[in-house]
Design a protein around this ligand. Structure first.
Ligand SMILES: C[S@@+](CC[C@H](N)C(=O)[O-])C[C@H]1O[C@@H](n2cnc3c(N)ncnc32)[C@H](O)[C@@H]1O
Length: 940
């Protein structure tokens, strides 16, 4: 039996496919009766005008929404039963042993793992995270029975992952071992190089709440997270497909020229037609551009009429023709195309031929066919992004119908019609899923690529000059078989809603255990534009008003990124609200633009999350490295953020104005940070434990809460030492340090982070690391420092090395005893200098003119001096009448901080307006102050 594959934490999550079923406390004769009951409930709900006002409510009729939904598990609109599911699942949770306390460290794993899995590949989506990658996260962060949430779920891989965490075999396929008691163990290299198996998680199904703005996405997700009576589905689906074959066979008739035998066309290649710019002669692109022997498209062509050579495609003039469109009942001017090659089935193989008169006549009669079935007559008159980028109107494309040949529309419409007519709701769902799975491949976007496989161009709606139009029958059969063969969980452990993540009214506060999201990142992909081809067929559309994307058509508009950030902030606020305190959220980030990355960071902080770790996957090494600067964003990032636990938040209300609030924050935050990080057997520096990063985190928290920061960075550094324990420049809690020491003892070495110098702040950090390891003279530093300057941002005022050293470090002038840091360095590295007193002349001579890092108690004066210098520069920026091209970012940061403390918000906004937009957008600190200032001015 199917469900025996799973280690179920409760017996109630599968829905039997025959016989009585129980759902949300009600018992029904069978699954169909359950669906019928809740469909009627949903019908009533749809009458409620308030219900339709929920943010992101899809655009579609009641009937279409009811048809696509499988309530209460899935609704193609906001799902009114989600809270009921959560309450039921919460009650079913296995009991935890006495004294159980939830604690997890941040975690990162490869988000692209599992891209070859058949589940991942069964239905394409514009971007996806494979369920196997998500499983590691869910196993790490949750217990069996916990409730996982993905508010940007796309095709619902998080739901599959949550349920698969109960599948022993799949869990083991990730490289874990599963003990008899269900403990999942993973192999690790200890710091002394030994391989050990460590407990990692527990085997058991997790529950999933899924949501997406796009009805096509959630309808794909529905099938990955459903349970079916496979026998009935197979029988009914085969009947539909057989009937379809009969009804559309005439559309694909052709004759084998050799034998005269009637055959079925499998595909047809269409070519664009152009005019020669020289003689106006007609050019069929295929005829002149495709080298069938070499299987390639020539970059330069020769006109067959006038012989003009070296013509490129861009030189040709597009030809048009007027056709009568039966679907729209109007004459239309469209791009001229010719069918140039037909491939057809012949006995057991395939043959090709050039279209003959009968083929052309057939195509003409197909074009003249009248059909009374539903067609996706969806005018694309929105100002969609992809429209903006390409001149579709030149192609005569302004409707979803224009993405298909008439023949393809007839075939798919017939398929849709037969599925609705001949199949029961469950099978209809599967067939609708197959329909969207074949839509793009059956459209004009399927490019013929001589020498390669036909395919669409991803991330855009692109119609090429050479098209391979397929007969969708075998595609439909293939997709159905693939779906049927998938080893899906077939449980009912998920519930899906279609609405905007920015307003999840259906979810209660603090009701979920873990959030995994992979939101849209900036303008990488405009989901609703790409989904329009699917949504036109299901006849329900994404409500784009709250789609969290940066519209490319508005690229020049400085507000567009801010709008995106606003939507992301609202989404994160909702995630924060529904997450239980002390729990985690993982955000998968894949965009190379620092400004988008920054918006995400600021939005997370705005929402109340505290970022504990950001990791970038090093694909070559298969390991993660810490990321601290936005400029380093070149790969996929994994952000681990937590919602502070309730105890701390409450205490903080009382302590915020005092220094105790600061230390309480640090104490709580340190608990969430990884104690060690390893790369192979080597111990790595954990940047989040660095005092400067701890300070920034603390400031961000105060600022978001609207309190002035009660201490300076120098007071912070001084205050850390007596309260926490320092090791290798990182701070720990007393119970963490023992573990660190143990690992350090066996590993013996700590790998420092490599730093990328892009501005004054990172230059100081780089110098600190250099001098700390080896106090040295200015002359020694110069050649090394010069090398680092290549990556300096063009807007950043280049400070000279002397100034940087003077403002941040101390130089031993040979007077008085040799400072401890220099003494320690010299006595470990020079035999003859060992065990000498600190005023020994030999030691003094060797130590003279070396720079060293001041200890925090002495750093105060330096910092004050530097602050003064920075604020003086900021004063100049305030007075400046023109935009600032080159300036000191640190001065702007210092000035913003001071202005914020003094509630001088207009100054922040005024100076922000003078600096280039991208600099503001790419600097998390500036953006934070600026954002706060704008909000406060608005609120006052
Ligand atoms: C990167 S995709 C997620 C893909 C998903 N991880 C998967 O594996 O299929 C981002 C999704 O966010 C959705 N989206 C955009 N704006 C949204 C909003 N305001 N609320 C909910 N979903 C939204 C898009 O429709 C898209 O499906």
């Amino acid at each position: 039996m199917e469900q025996q594959r799973f280690d179920l934490t409760s017996q109630k999550q599968e829905e039997k496919t025959s016989g009585p079923v129980t759902c949300l406390g009600l018992t029904f004769d069978n699954a169909e009766a359950r669906r019928a009951h809740f469909t009627e409930e949903l019908r009533k709900k749809l009458q409620d005008p308030e219900f339709r006002k929920i943010e992101g409510f899809p655009i579609g009729s009641d009937e279409d929404i009811l048809n696509l939904s499988d309530p209460p598990y899935y609704t193609a609109c906001p799902n009114p039963w989600i809270a009921d599911f959560i309450a039921e699942w919460e009650a079913q949770k296995p009991e935890q042993p006495d004294g159980y306390h939830y604690h997890r460290e941040p975690f990162a794993a490869d988000v692209s793992e599992g891209k070859n899995d058949p589940i991942y590949n069964a239905h394409s989506y514009h971007t996806k995270v494979p369920h196997k990658a998500i499983m590691r996260y869910i196993l790490h962060y949750t217990e069996p029975g916990d409730i996982v949430f993905d508010g940007f779920c796309g095709t619902g891989m998080t739901g599959v992952a949550a349920q698969m965490c109960g599948d022993r075999e799949v869990v083991m396929s990730l490289g874990y071992q599963v003990k008899l008691d269900g403990t999942v163990v993973q192999e690790e290299t200890d710091t002394d190089g030994k391989k050990v198996w460590r407990p990692f998680a527990k085997l058991g199904v997790r529950k999933a709440v899924l949501n997406d703005l796009s009805p096509s996405a959630t309808s794909i997700s529905k099938m990955y997270n459903s349970s079916l009576d496979r026998n009935i589905v197979k029988k009914e689906a085969n009947r539909v497909i057989e009937e379809l074959k009969k009804q559309i066979a005439w559309l694909y008739k052709t004759k084998d020229p050799e034998t005269g035998k009637e055959c079925q066309v499998t595909s047809t290649i269409w070519s664009d037609v152009y005019y020669c710019p020289n003689c106006n002669g007609e050019i069929v692109f295929w005829d002149v551009a495709v080298d069938t022997e070499k299987k390639e498209v020539r970059a330069e062509i020769t006109c067959p009429t006038c012989g003009k050579s070296e013509l490129r495609k861009g030189d040709l003039v597009r030809a048009h023709e007027v056709v009568f469109d039966q679907f729209r009942q109007e004459s239309r001017t469209v791009a001229k195309r010719r069918a140039v090659l037909i491939e057809y089935e012949f006995t057991k193989g395939r043959r090709t031929k050039e279209p003959d008169d009968d083929d052309i006549a057939l195509l003409k009669s197909v074009a003249a066919t009248k059909m009374n079935l539903f067609v996706p007559n969806c005018r694309i008159d929105r100002d969609i992004d992809l429209w903006y980028e390409r001149d579709y109107r030149a192609l005569g494309v302004d409707n979803v119908l224009d993405f298909f040949t008439v023949r393809a529309v007839c075939s798919i419409s017939t398929f849709r019609h037969l599925s609705n007519k001949l199949a029961s709701p469950n099978t209809r769902d599967v067939l609708n899923w197959v329909l969207t799975a074949v839509t793009e491949g059956s459209s004009l976007m399927n490019r013929e690529r001589p020498g390669g496989m036909p395919s669409k161009l991803s991330g855009t709606l692109y119609i090429g000059a050479l098209i391979r139009e397929i007969n969708p029958i075998s595609f439909i059969e293939r997709k159905f078989k693939k779906f049927f063969a998938l080893n899906l969980p077939q449980l009912r452990a998920s519930a899906t809603s279609t609405q905007s993540m920015t307003g999840l009214g259906v979810l209660d506060d603090a009701s979920l255990d873990y959030v995994f999201i992979d939101p849209p990142f900036g303008s990488n992909i405009i989901y609703s534009d790409l989904s329009i081809l699917w949504e036109a067929w299901i006849n329900i559309f994404t409500n784009t008003s709250s789609e969290a994307v940066v519209h490319r058509r508005k690229k020049q508009d400085p507000n567009t990124l801010r709008e995106y950030m606003g939507l992301m902030t609202a989404s994160f606020k909702e995630a924060y609200r529904v997450l239980k305190p002390g729990r985690w959220m993982t955000v998968e980030f894949s965009n190379t633009k620092a400004s988008v990355w920054n918006s995400i960071q600021v939005a997370l902080t705005e929402a109340g999350f505290i970022i504990a770790n950001v990791s970038a996957l090093d694909k070559k090494q298969g390991s993660f490295k810490a990321v601290t600067t936005p400029t380093a964003v070149k790969q996929d990032l994994v952000i681990s953020a937590y919602k502070p636990n309730g105890g701390f938040e409450e205490r903080f209300q009382k302590e915020a104005q005092t220094e105790e609030g600061v230390w309480d924050f640090v104490r709580t935050h340190l608990k969430y940070l990884p104690v060690t990080k390893q790369q192979g057997a080597l111990l790595q520096f954990v940047p989040e434990r660095d005092p400067r990063i701890l300070f920034d985190q603390m400031v961000a928290y105060y600022v978001r809460k609207g309190y002035p920061v009660p201490i300076s960075s120098q007071e912070f550094q001084v205050g850390l030492t007596p309260r926490f324990i320092e090791r290798d420049g990182m701070f720990f809690l007393p119970d963490q340090v023992a573990e660190y020491d143990r690992k350090k003892m066996t590993s013996g070495e700590l790998k420092q982070m490599s730093l990328f110098v892009s501005d004054e702040a990172s230059a100081i950090q780089w110098l600190r690391q250099l001098i700390k390891e080896k106090p040295q003279t200015s002359a020694d530093i110069t050649p090394q420092f010069m090398k680092q300057l290549q990556g300096f941002s063009k807007h950043e005022k280049l400070l000279d090395q002397r100034e940087l050293l003077n403002q941040n470090f101390l130089c031993y002038d040979g007077k008085g005893p040799v400072p401890e840091q220099i003494h320690a360095y010299l006595s470990t590295n020079w035999k003859e200098l060992r065990n000498l007193p600190k005023d020994d002349p030999a030691l003094v001579t060797k130590a003279r003119d070396r720079w060293y890092v001041p200890d925090p108690n002495k750093a105060g004066d330096l910092e004050k001096l530097r602050d003064k210098a920075l604020l003086k520069e900021f004063e100049e920026y305030k007075q400046a009448k023109k935009k600032l091209k080159v300036f000191r970012l640190e001065a702007v940061r210092a000035g913003f901080k001071k202005a914020w403390q003094e509630r001088d918000y207009p100054t922040i906004v005024a100076v922000a307006d003078k600096i280039p937009n991208n600099v503001l957008e790419e600097d998390p600190k500036l953006l934070m102050w600026y954002d706060q200032a704008v909000t406060r001015i608005g609120g006052e």
